[in-house]
Design a protein around this ligand. Structure first.
Ligand code: MN
Length: 230
């Protein structure tokens, strides 16, 4: 198709041993680990899953130095298991949900915590806190054929070599099939959708020049650094 202007490039994520995965939407689960819900001042036992989105082109691939975002003094890391969908659907039953998965990787739900806190206090949307440019660093995807469907794996993040977050994906309040089933009751999911499944405890701030190295062990790794301030 010929457009009125040159379209921006389609967002994509590398696939280990395969062609790139085209990203349609990025869904994120909030407060999906009890200890993180508590550190943010909430009771994890009383909440159904809730979701927010990042724009597709917020994905930033593993490896390079990325710009430190503007308008924040409190940029937080949240290391998360990421699910990539090969097939879409609405009202997907939990028992069939894993049939829709293309693969898995590890990602960072980077958060301008100061802007998110202001939005929460004023009852405003979270977009400026969560959906900014480069807010979704991500590792290479690994297919289900390669890694299966992980349910018990250590997830961790080091900043400048110091351990900041160290949990296990078996601590998720809503597991992957439950999350897909619930989300598909709210949105018609499509091929190319990514789901960031929430973060364990230990979220904290990063500053320009920091190096972040994360992993879901046995599944994927991620390494980024923030450009030093000039
Ligand atoms: Mn998160």
């Amino acid at each position: 198709m010929v457009f009125a202007i040159t379209p921006s490039p389609h967002a994509s994520v590398p696939v280990q041993g395969g062609k790139p995965f085209p990203v349609r939407r990025i869904y994120c689960v909030g407060r999906n680990y009890a200890a993180h819900a508590r550190e943010m001042g909430h009771d994890p036992d009383r909440e159904p899953p809730f979701f927010f989105m990042k724009p597709a082109d917020a994905v930033t691939y593993d490896g390079g130095a990325i710009p430190y975002p503007p308008a924040t003094n409190d940029l937080h890391h949240e290391i998360e298991l990421v699910v990539a969908l090969a097939k879409g659907g609405a009202d997907i039953p939990e028992a069939r949900a894993l049939d829709h998965v293309f693969g898995y990787t590890v990602g960072l739900d980077m958060t301008r915590r100061d802007l998110q806190a202001e939005a929460k206090s004023k009852g405003r949307p979270w977009d400026t806190g969560k959906g900014f440019d480069h807010s979704a660093p991500i590792g290479a995807l690994h297919t289900v054929a390669d890694v299966g469907h992980p349910t018990d794996a250590r997830i961790h993040l080091e900043v400048n070599g110091e351990m900041r977050q160290d949990g296990n994906i078996n601590q998720m309040i809503w597991n992957v099939p439950e999350t897909i089933a619930y989300l598909s009751g709210l949105f018609h999911l499509r091929p190319g959708d990514l789901i960031y499944t929430g973060t364990p405890e230990g979220v904290a701030a990063v500053v320009p020049g920091d190096r972040l190295e994360g992993a879901v062990e046995g599944i994927a790794t991620l390494s980024i650094s923030y450009e030093a301030s000039s």
